[in-house]
Ligand binder design. Structure first.
Ligand code: UN1
Length: 513
């Protein structure tokens, strides 16, 4: 266990035993109750942070609002330069931050490093974007008139993120929001507050070095009641929330009530369709990584495999064999494939799901269960499971945030597989494994996958930052990260300028005085 101690990383990242949990930048506040962060790796308490009080929240919003007045007038490429400096910090601290992500959240060290890499990538993307916040120009129907559009900063962006990508999802939002001229208030998951404190300290140093005001990057901590301070707050024009569909519906209704904007990235129920033309070796790698990577706790995790009857037995046998090779244990030990899930409540949900699939008639192919004994003392290590199931089962329709894979069969045409794949409430990620052009194009067409992400010969998880990330239906409809996702962080203004001495009206209307 000594070998996987992270005491040194905590010192490096300036995490103390008791940390204030609220910050406007370099200034920290800590009057609230404490939350202790426990590691699912060994069950040990890591450190604590204070939750944000209403009074502290008021200070944060006031400071952010004042900072916005300065930040919005800073030229966008100069804002990009700040993000570039932040990405340098992330490069410098990649190992300790990746290790803290791994230890506090439980994902493998490789995935912890991958998450910090994703932060670096989105920063690089944002730096380039800071010179490309383009609007269109239009031709006016009136002589001597010019029309164009501009994107202006929105104001304060509230970010509510989940435990499973404790730092990357914040960076997708914040790197774009900053170059767009917005200021950010971040509430990380109450299950992973320490990675939040670490990130806040890194960005705060950059802001201080550049003599920028407090309030550009703010941190608040706590549970749903602290998130609710932001969602109900008219001074926060955009709330970006990642988490369960249940949480998203609540956020959307509160923000909608005040006609604010929300950007929601909620549950997935992602499937891979395996056609008779699939490369079986690629299928198995993609499916196993998709189902057990991050211990099944990505919103893009593969939850369903929809396999053609001609290759069903081959795929089934290959999967069962692959699951037999999986090493489950301390995620900081790079020999292990699968770490713990986040906490014992999540373990209970996993166990309940396995009971339910059995009760509904499912056939367990790879038995699940909670691991016990040396190295598993936290009680959070579970055996990745596979069940043969049917799409209409209530439990299959539900996103269980754990490594459970449902294996299903289809026969005939790929449209039968598509019906199953689209036949769930969620619409985040999807994939097809095929070497048949007709099937691949059908899958990508308007009558194909109904998800925000649709991949060919790649699994459902592990999206790159360059594309827009998000999904349809109960996934919430939001898009973050690449492509033109930046537009949601800005307000669009249409400008018409008349440079003549006449005042002609649009639509040819005559109004003579
Ligand atoms: C999430 O699970 O909330 O596509 C984000 C992926 C990662 C991001 C997942 N790049 O799996």
């Amino acid at each position: 266990a000594e070998k996987y101690n992270i005491a040194e990383e905590l010192v490096h990242l300036k995490i103390q035993q008791h940390n204030p949990g609220t910050a406007t930048g370099n200034e920290w506040f800590g009057a609230g109750e404490r939350i202790t962060s426990y590691s699912p790796v060994d069950g040990a308490p890591i450190a604590s942070v204070t939750t944000t009080t209403q009074e502290e929240y008021e200070k944060v919003v006031a400071t952010a609002a004042a900072a916005f007045k300065v930040w919005r007038t800073t030229p966008a490429p100069q804002r990009g330069e700040i993000v570039r400096q932040f990405s340098d910090k992330l490069r410098e601290f990649k190992a300790p931050l990746g290790k803290l992500v791994s230890y506090e959240m439980g994902k493998s060290f490789q995935e912890g490093l991958g998450e910090v890499q994703e932060m670096i990538d989105i920063c690089d993307f944002a730096v380039g974007l800071s010179r490309q916040l383009h609007g269109l120009t239009m031709h006016s129907e009136r002589p001597g008139h010019r029309m164009y559009e501009q994107y202006h900063p929105l104001g304060i962006v509230g970010i509510i993120s989940a435990f499973n990508f404790p730092v990357a999802v914040w960076s997708w939002n914040t790197a774009l929001a900053w170059i767009c001229g917005d200021v950010c208030i971040w509430k990380p998951s109450e299950k992973t507050p320490l990675t939040g404190v670490a990130c806040q300290q890194l960005i705060a140093e950059v802001l201080k070095k550049n003599n920028l005001p407090e309030g550009i990057s703010c941190l608040i901590n706590g549970g749903a009641e602290v998130g609710a301070m932001m969602t109900a707050d008219k001074r926060v024009p955009l709330i970006s929330a990642t988490g369960s569909t249940r949480m998203g519906k609540k956020v959307a209704s509160v923000v909608g009530e005040r006609l604010g904007k929300s950007l929601l990235e909620l549950g997935g129920n992602n499937a891979i369709i395996v056609t008779p033309d699939a490369d079986i070796k690629m299928t198995v790698i993609g499916a196993v990584f998709g189902a057990v990577g991050t211990a099944g706790q990505r919103c893009t995790s593969t939850r369903r495999l929809i396999v053609h009857e001609d290759v069903y037995d081959t795929v089934k046998d290959a999967l069962v064999a692959a699951y037999g090779q999986l090493k489950i244990g301390n995620p900081l030990d790079q020999n292990n494939h699968v770490g713990p899930i986040i906490d014992t409540d999540a373990v209970q949900m996993y166990l309940d799901a396995l009971e339910k699939v059995k009760a509904e008639g499912g056939n367990i192919l790879v038995e699940g269960g909670v691991l016990e004994g040396e190295g598993y003392e936290s009680g959070c290590y579970v055996q990745p499971a596979i069940a043969e199931a049917e799409n209409h089962y209530e439990i299959v329709q539900h996103e269980t945030f754990a490594p459970i894979l449902y294996l299903m069969k289809y026969s005939g045409d790929v449209s039968n597989a598509l019906e199953q794949q689209n036949g769930v409430a969620q619409g985040l990620s999807s994939a097809i494994m095929t070497n048949n052009l007709r099937e691949a194009e059908r899958f990508l067409s308007h009558e194909g996958s109904d998800c925000g992400i649709a991949n060919v010969n790649i699994g459902t998880s592990g999206a790159e930052i360059g594309g827009a990330f998000g999904g349809e239906k109960e996934t919430g409809g939001g898009r973050e990260s690449g492509s033109d996702a930046w537009k949601v962080y800005m307000r669009r203004q249409t400008n018409t300028i008349n440079y003549t001495t006449e005042l002609p009206l649009a639509q040819g209307i005559k109004f003579d005085l």
